[in-house]
Design a protein around this ligand. Structure first.
Ligand code: ATP
Ligand SMILES: O=C(O)[C@@H](O)C(=O)CO
Length: 417
């Protein structure tokens, strides 16, 4: 019976959350899509959806179905995981999904906190920063699917919900768990449905987690989950598990990287790979044709597969993404690239790739779905927020890298190079 039932709005986000929980001493399994049969045995089950950019009704329906499955399996607390950069549009999907979960759980209130200080995401007076920049000046204003043009999360979430949104400010968070709990109770009693909670350090996140021990629903990034294993341990529900929580079978097979993220960090990692690994950058704008791009990539890779990774990227800087979107429309442009990379992944695995890094949440969703992966066991962390995972079917080690995560040498470091 899982202690914590999680619903993640994309696949890299699910892995990021699972990684945090494993580091906190919980066992965690990531399940792909709404579960249809019995859930795997683990302290935390994370249902990975591709709902971040799905139509609102679909995102809500899938999230509710995931919630039902987790509750039926006995989950004591539900966690709705979204991006540390709060990726969404004015239509959703963070607000509508959270609204539906608040109603289903009849809890009236949930905190909202995407902070992840280790990766530079902090919240101060309700404003989200990425490193030293406000969210809307961080590069996220150019995101291909969810451009973030407002850093004030109270305002952003207010536009997506029929409820109201308050703030637990830094000065309260600094006072610790009891003060945060009082402030959240006050906001709930005052009729607020959500509280954006400031957090600048991991200590803040641990205090927020402790303050939410009795909440039926928590919403946020992986950071705010840091305090949750401690809550279950304090309640006598979680035994000490040590390193056993993150053991995977030995890795084998060729190494490859597929990148569909156009985030600044991924573009930097591709730049590094260009100088240090076999790297192919597909020109999607010049050849907007799935079959032709796949042929090009597979012909190129044919004599390069080995211990050192081949890196295949469709990623492009903002002006080239905008040009393709102007020609095809936003969704078709995204789908074209996702189909291309998913097909390449399928062919590479058939040719003996056993260790695959995928960069980008939507991209990971497309790849993992095409490969028929049903669940992922979580292994050791490569860089903050990105662990190796293992998919029993098709027998593959996978690292699903959030677009903006990872050091510049990530694509080589993942393979110990
Ligand atoms: N050259 C390109 N032109 C237009 N769209 C592209 C191009 N390359 C990639 N894309 C699309 O951009 C989107 C990138 O989203 P994805 O979620 O994969 O990355 P990300 O948002 O950086 O990562 P994360 O969600 O983990 O933060 C995908 O839909 C992808 O297909
Ligand atoms: O929170 C994050 O930034 C990531 O886990 C993610 O959701 C990227 O898609």
């Amino acid at each position: 019976m899982p202690l914590l039932g999680c619903i993640a709005d994309d696949f890299t986000g699910a892995t990021d959350l699972a990684n945090t929980l494993v580091k906190g001493g919980m066992t965690a399994v990531q399940v792909i899509g709404v579960p249809t049969g019995p859930l795997p045995e683990a302290d935390a089950v994370i249902v990975a959806l591709k709902s971040r950019t799905a139509p609102v009704r679909e995102a809500v329906a899938e999230s509710l179905a995931a919630c039902e499955a987790l509750l039926a399996a006995g989950a004591r607390q539900i966690f709705f995981k979204y991006c540390s950069t709060f990726d969404s549009t004015d239509e959703g999907n963070i607000g509508p999904v959270a609204d539906a979960l608040v109603r289903r759980l009849d809890c009236g209130f949930a905190l909202a906190n995407p902070a992840f200080p280790t990766n530079g995401r902090t919240i101060y007076q309700g404003h989200l920063f990425v490193g030293g920049a406000l969210l809307n000046e961080s590069g996220m204003e150019n995101h291909p699917l969810t451009p973030m043009r407002d850093a004030n999360l109270v305002r952003v979430l207010s536009r997506q919900t029929d409820g109201t949104v308050g703030l637990v400010p830094f000065a309260v968070v600094e006072q610790g768990a009891a003060a945060i709990r009082r402030a959240m109770t006050g906001l709930k009693e005052g009729g607020r449905r959500y509280a954006i909670v400031d957090a600048v350090t991991d200590a803040h996140l641990l205090a927020i987690g402790e303050a939410a021990a009795k909440h039926a629903l928590i919403t946020g990034g992986s950071g705010v989950a840091m305090g949750l294993p401690g809550n279950f341990r304090a309640a006598g529900l979680l035994p000490e598990r040590g390193a056993a929580a993150s053991e995977l079978p030995p890795a084998q097979g060729y190494a490859a990287v597929l990148a569909g993220s156009c985030s600044r960090a991924t573009l930097g990692q591709i730049g590094y790979a260009r100088d240090h690994a076999h790297t192919l950058e597909l020109d999607v704008l010049a050849t907007p044709d799935v079959a032709a791009l796949q042929r090009q990539a597979l012909d190129w890779a044919a004599d390069k597969l080995g211990e050192a990774p081949v890196v295949i990227a469709a990623s492009a800087p903002p002006e080239r993404v905008a040009a393709l979107q102007a020609r095809l429309g936003r969704d078709k442009a995204g789908a074209l690239v996702e189909d291309t990379l998913a097909g390449i992944a399928e062919a590479l695995v058939a040719r003996g790739v056993g260790r695959l890094v995928v960069a980008g949440g939507e991209t990971s969703g497309a790849v993992v779905s095409r490969l028929g992966v049903r669940s992922l066991r979580i292994g050791a962390e490569i860089d903050p927020g990105v662990p190796w995972t293992y998919a029993e079917v098709p027998g593959l080690h996978l690292a699903l890298k959030s677009g903006n995560f990872g050091a510049r040498d990530f694509f080589l470091k993942a393979f110990g190079q």
